[in-house]
Design a protein around this ligand. Structure first.
Ligand SMILES: [Zn+2]
Length: 119
């Protein structure tokens, strides 16, 4: 009977160890989610700082030399995006309403959205 008791005790201990391990996994997962949440908040704030610096640059105000290099790169990207969007408009035979910026048919005389006369 001693052997049976020993096996029984080993199984009970293995169960306790498994429960302890899974509780640790749950705790670590919760903590990792909290870390991720704080990291996301940092990313949002960094993005806001970056946008503020870029708007500062775009308004012609002075920015640090190392930041102005990144700002110039962003400005180049914006220019490329504008050119690409213009090409898409040409392919789709559309143009932009000067009053409301809606995309309207190239041959329309009036904007169907705001009614402005198309020039
Ligand atoms: Zn319009």
């Amino acid at each position: 009977m001693a052997l049976f008791d020993a096996v029984k005790e080993k199984l009970a201990n293995a169960g306790k160890t498994a429960i302890k391990a899974s509780n640790e996994i749950i705790e670590v997962t919760k903590l990792n989610l909290l870390v991720k949440s704080e990291e996301d908040k940092i990313k949002d704030r960094l993005l806001e700082i970056g946008k503020a610096v870029y708007e500062h640059y775009r308004d012609g105000k002075p920015v640090e030399a190392e930041l102005s290099i990144s700002c110039e790169e962003i400005a180049k990207c914006e220019k490329i995006i504008d050119e690409l969007k213009q090409k898409i408009m040409e392919i789709k035979k559309l143009r932009e309403c000067k009053a409301c910026l809606a995309h309207i048919d190239d041959e329309a005389l009036y904007c169907p959205k705001c009614g402005a006369k198309v020039e």
